[in-house]
Design a protein around this ligand. Structure first.
Ligand code: MTE
Ligand code: MO
Length: 224
């Protein structure tokens, strides 16, 4: 098995992220995803139930966290983001400047900013199932983004809003020591916005233990 540079396989699939001191956000009774942003003349929303009726795809992929762990052999199911974009969003785009950036927002307030070109890769899904089961709270219920060729922080869990922009939205981590790379491609080791991936490896790896300890506290399910 070949992993991207600087990654190490872990057993199972840990719950991870910046939200771990809290339990997963409750799933609304009739969850929807809102689509908006400067590029859309009219915002609209799509219920998660309707999302399940769109063209579906199964995807076997590894999942790579920027801190350095990789979960291997996951099986995702959901709607390809590219199909959703071309079928539902593109016809509603206001004429003018083209879409360049897409922002994915989670019910816990988490946001990821992705270049449209990366979001349209053929393995990017809005996933509602993992390993043959509905997505659980730990991994992003009711639905999450999955972009396996980018570090995990791109793959917003508990997805509730998608925004389309014609230029880069303001950076929220401009002064952060772990300023994330805007493309976050795992095979290019694009971990940090300014520092080479190899250089930040040890510092990022040191974060895994403390973050996983938090995760055990907020987790809904025992670690697998
Ligand atoms: N809503 C939300 N999505 C998120 C995060 C988060 O804190 N909140 N963390 C990100 C990070 S850093 C990683 S590595 C993955 C972890 O996904 P997992 O908990 O399913 O392993 O989720 C990403 N998506
Ligand atoms: Mo991560």
């Amino acid at each position: 098995m070949t992993l991207p540079p600087g990654q190490r396989a872990v057993d199972g699939f840990p719950r991870f992220g910046t939200h771990l001191q809290h339990p997963p956000p409750p799933v609304p009774a009739d969850p929807v995803i809102e689509f908006g942003g400067a590029s859309l003349a009219e915002p609209f929303s799509l219920s998660v139930a309707d999302l399940a009726k769109l063209t579906r795809r199964e995807l076997a992929a590894d999942f790579h966290c920027v801190a350095g762990w990789s979960a291997t052999g996951l099986r995702w199911e959901g709607a390809p983001f590219g199909a959703l974009y071309h079928q539902r969003v593109a016809p509603l785009l206001a004429c003018g400047a083209p879409v360049t950036h897409v922002v994915f927002v989670g019910l816990d307030g988490f946001r990821s900013t992705v270049l449209l070109q990366d979001a349209l890769a053929d393995d990017v899904l809005v996933a509602d199932r993992l390993d043959g089961l509905p997505l659980d709270g730990d991994h992003g219920a009711p639905v999450r983004l999955v972009s396996p060729r980018q570090y995990g922080f791109i793959s917003t869990k508990h997805l509730c809003r998608v925004e389309f922009h014609t230029s880069a939205p303001p950076l929220t981590d401009r002064w952060s020591p772990i300023a994330s790379h805007p493309r976050a491609r795992v095979w290019q080791e694009e971990r940090h916005r300014r520092l080479p991936g190899r250089v930040v490896r040890p510092a990022y790896r040191a974060l895994i233990g403390p973050i996983r300890a938090l995760s055990a506290r907020g987790s809904r399910t025992p670690p697998r």
